[in-house]
Structure formats: C-alpha cells, structure tokens
Ligand binder design. Structure first.
Ligand SMILES: Cc1ncc(COP(=O)(O)O)c(C=O)c1O
Ligand SMILES: N[C@@H](CCCC[NH3+])C(=O)O
Length: 499
C-alpha cells in the first residue's frame, strides 16, 4: 500500500525534513524530527551538516552516530537566550550529560556557556577533562560513593545531596579533611585515577572551606511519561522527602562544614505538559522561603530538566522558549509575593539539548518475510547502540538515506542483530522497498543512546562523528575486538591448569 498525504501526495523520507517556511523563525530543535541542517542533495541522499550520509558511512562504517553541531548549538543558545529574555535574575543552563557524555559534547556545551550536570564520578571526570569549569559542574546520584564525593570536593564542583546517608558521609569527610586526613591519598583510592583531572582544576578549594552543596527534594509532582523516567512522585528513589524539610534545614543550618547554596528538583523526562513545571517552580519558591526562615542563605534554585522531544509525527512538545518562559514567570511572581530576592535560576536539560541533533546510520542486511504476518528487515546494530525501544518501548522514525524521495510503499519491522527477540528498533516502519546495503537512518538518537550503549553479544560500540559545513570529525572511535578484551584477565593459574 502506498502511503499518501490527505491531499494525495505520496509520502517519502523528505517529509521528515525540518520545515524551512519562515526565513527568520528559529526552529526549536526538540520540535523537529531531523537535525536542523538536514536536506536532500542532488543525488537524492540525506545530507546532514553539509555531509552526504552515504559518504560518511563509506568513510566511518555503520552503525554510526552522526551529530549535527548546528542543531546542538542552536538548542544551547535557545535555552540560554530564553532565560536571558524572560528572567530578570541570574541564570545558568546545565547540560545533563547523562544524555550523552563525551569530551567533545561537554566541551561544546561549555563553550556555549552551559554548565554540566554529572551523574557519576565518570561523568565528572569526563566534564573536567573536557575543560568544563568546576564551578559550573553539579554532581548527582542517589548513591554517590565516598570516593566520588571526595573527587567532587577536591575538584571544586557542587554536590547535589540526595539523602541523609550522603549528608552524614559529607560531614564525616569534612571533619576528616579538617583533621588533615584527606588529600591525595583519598584521591589515589579512587579507582578511575582522576589525579589528572584534579590537576586541571586551577582553583582547588581550600580544604577547610565548607563543602558546596544543593539539596535535592522530591516534589510530589507527577507528570505523564513512562513510569521508569518519572522522578518527581513521592514514591521515588531520588531526593529527600519534602515532609522532612524542617529536620533537613535544621541539620544543614547547624553544620558549618556544609555550605548549602541551593535547592534542586527534577520531575521526570520526555514531558510535553507545561503545568507540572509551573507547579514545581511555585513549590520551590515556598521551599526557598522556608529555608530562609532557618537562616539558610539559599540563592540557587534548579528546576531540573525534562522537556520532551518529537520522536514521531504526533509528538507535540512545547518549544524550548515555551518551556522556559512560564518557569521564569512563576518564579518571579512567587518571589515577589514571598518578598524574596530572585534566586539564581538553573535548569538541567539533557534530551531536548542533544537528542534531535543526532541520527544513527545503519546498513540493512538480512530480511525475513512471514506471509500474512510481518516482514523483518535487520540492521547491523540494535539494542547495544539504542537500548530505548527494548527498555521503554520507545518509538522512532527512520528513512532510507540513499533514496530519500522514493515513495514509502512498505511496512516493515526493523530488527537489531542481537540474540534477543525483543531487539526490535522500529515496529511497522514505513519505508520504500529496501534491499541489502541500503542505509537506514534512525532519527533523534542523540539522547540516551550512546550513553546507554552496551557490548551485549560482544558487539563493539559504534563510532560517532560531528558534522558541520561539509566537514566530519570523529568524536568517538569505533571500538575494536581488541577493545572488547582489553579488561579481560586470564589468570596464570587457569593458563597452567589448561596446559
Ligand atoms: C536529575 C536529573 N536531571 C536532569 C535530567 C535530564 O532530563 P532530560 O534529559 O529529560 O532533560 C535527568 C533525567 O531525567 C535527571 O534525572
Ligand atoms: N534514559 C531515559 C531517561 C532517563 C533520564 C535520567 N533520569 C530515556 O532514555 O528516556
């Protein structure tokens, strides 16, 4: 069956290109399916950042993550500019690097004036190595190890404290530190040897200065998204119970080793509604007011991330500007009502900054036709480079990059190559008639794809390139088989036993 528009025009891969209708209108990347620079060239191939995708594939192989610099930078700028436009106080956008942490991406975010939210010692190490200034790095996690906490303190970043255990551990560390017991020994105990990261930090804080923290609170605000990526509801593993605010503020206000600069909340991810963040903003100003009544000088509010993106045609997320504006308005009016000075306003989006900037190119291989049931077409990757479909039943769109204008006449299911029946990237994809060797491009794969990648079935992780003005540069090398066994150990005893 040929797929048609209501007007009778046949669909083709070109329908997914960004609308280029009004010249000066800024497109919000999260409302597009393909990167902003995507176009179809004279050879009927998909081009991104001025690079023909089929040429990129010849040069770098598949699966290949292709990151469009223009789209990522555009999203960074739209966040930054929206805060400047709608918020009278100071603001700071952080890139939630859990979406995709690597040197090049952290470096670009930082160059765009963004800070970085890191969720582990590994992400912290990456951000520092990318040259992100520690005073713009915020460390998360509901179970930070002692080593991660020490690494964060030594590097001078802010720790977003998640629970009582962590708070007590921090006090213990600070007391030990004051007794002169931390220093490089503690750093040496960190298995990821971040000494080189520490050396990059120009202003290692004075060991007796209080530890800079924020408190993460669970707001009890629910939003409509997959239950695995909701975090704001009371029944969540993240954050302090907001019913324990009195106890929490009392504790923190009495601990001279802690410098509590702010409050944090994050309600979930891939959210299309705007009301939950309005509610959150209002609630956080109440928390701010309460903190002030305990004598805490809390000057920062971080409303988290969560803005959704368009993965399929029917997805209708607000633009970046439409997300930022109401948050600023609510914070300003609530602060005025409470007679509070405007806090420094932070947010930490991941998906809406990076997802749409990237596509994944695969080579099509085998297929299986089950008459009257389904046709499977397999790609040379799958759940190891994109775990979202098997984890959250996430849906994606794809195009055949080497035949963009061919009508979409087939309905096929795109299977990965892993030894797992659930390894299906797209059910019922609308494609032109395909053949082995065609290049399939799956859209909007910049967030939570590479960062959730695995070596399942010992498949090497894919390469990634960044494209701009017709130039492509590697940002992640493809893993080799040697990389796969690099950490393997074959104990001498076994070698002896096996002769
Ligand atoms: C604490 C925290 N901050 C920021 C984010 C980024 O969220 P998103 O990628 O939806 O913007 C997440 C992920 O949900 C998170 O858990
Ligand atoms: N990994 C999730 C988002 C989790 C965000 C982190 N709290 C996804 O792919 O949608």
């Amino acid at each position: 069956m040929v797929s048609t528009h209501p007007a009778g025009i046949q669909h083709s891969g070109s329908q997914y290109l960004p609308e280029k209708s009004s010249k000066n209108a800024k497109l919000s990347p999260n409302q597009q399916l393909l990167p902003l620079s995507a176009r179809v060239n004279g050879s009927d191939c998909l081009e991104i950042g001025g690079c023909d995708v089929t040429t990129l594939v010849q040069q770098f192989g598949t699966p290949l993550y292709i990151l469009d610099e223009e789209t990522f930078i555009g999203a960074c700028q739209q966040y930054r500019d929206s805060f400047k436009q709608y918020y009278k106080g100071e603001s700071q956008v952080l890139y939630a690097s859990k979406a995709w942490s690597c040197l090049a991406i952290c470096a670009i975010a930082s160059h765009q004036g963004l800070g970085v939210d890191v969720a582990s010692g590994g992400e912290l190490y990456t951000a520092l190595q990318a040259g992100v200034s520690p005073d713009k790095i915020y460390l998360h996690s509901n179970n930070k190890s002692r080593q991660e906490l020490i690494f964060a303190i030594e590097s001078g970043c802010t720790i977003v404290v998640d629970n009582w255990y962590e708070l007590h551990t921090l006090v213990e560390i600070a007391v030990e530190e004051r007794q002169g017991g931390l220093g490089t020994d503690a750093i040496n105990r960190v298995s990821t040897t971040p000494k080189d990261a520490i050396n990059r930090v120009s202003t290692t804080p004075n060991s007796s200065s209080p530890i800079r923290i924020m408190l993460r609170l669970t707001p009890g605000i629910e939003c409509h998204t997959h239950e695995y990526i909701q975090t704001g509801q009371l029944d969540s593993k993240f954050g302090f119970d907001p019913n324990a605010l009195d106890e929490l503020f009392t504790f923190v206000s009495k601990e001279s080793v802690l410098n509590c600069v702010g409050l944090h909340a994050h309600i979930g991810s891939q959210i299309f509604e705007r009301q939950p963040h309005r509610d959150l903003a209002a609630l956080m100003v109440q928390w701010l007011s309460k903190a002030a009544s305990y004598g805490l000088s809390v000057t920062e509010l971080n409303v988290g991330g969560g803005l959704g993106i368009k993965y399929i045609e029917s997805d209708d997320p607000p633009s970046i500007e439409e997300w930022v504006k109401p948050i600023c308005e609510v914070i300003e009016s609530a602060c005025e009502e409470e007679n509070l000075p405007l806090p420094k306003l932070l947010c930490e989006p991941g998906r809406s900054l990076i997802a749409t900037a990237c596509v994944t190119a695969y080579t099509l291989g085998s297929s299986k036709v089950i008459p009257g049931i389904r046709t499977y077409v397999a790609v040379d990757g799958g759940m190891s480079d994109n775990a979202r479909p098997i984890t959250y039943q996430s849906v994606y769109r794809a195009v055949v990059a080497n035949r963009m204008s061919t009508p979409l006449t087939e309905t096929v299911t795109i299977a990965g190559k892993h030894c797992e029946s659930g390894d299906i990237l797209i059910k019922n994809a609308q494609l032109p008639k395909t053949q082995p060797g065609d290049i399939l491009v799956v859209m909007a794969t910049g967030a939570y794809n590479y960062s959730m990648a695995s070596n399942y079935n010992r498949i090497p992780r894919s390469a990634a390139v960044i494209v701009k003005n017709g130039e492509a540069n590697l940002i992640l090398q493809r893993e080799t088989y040697q990389d796969l066994i690099r950490q393997d150990c074959l104990p001498e005893r076994l070698k002896k036993d096996f002769g």
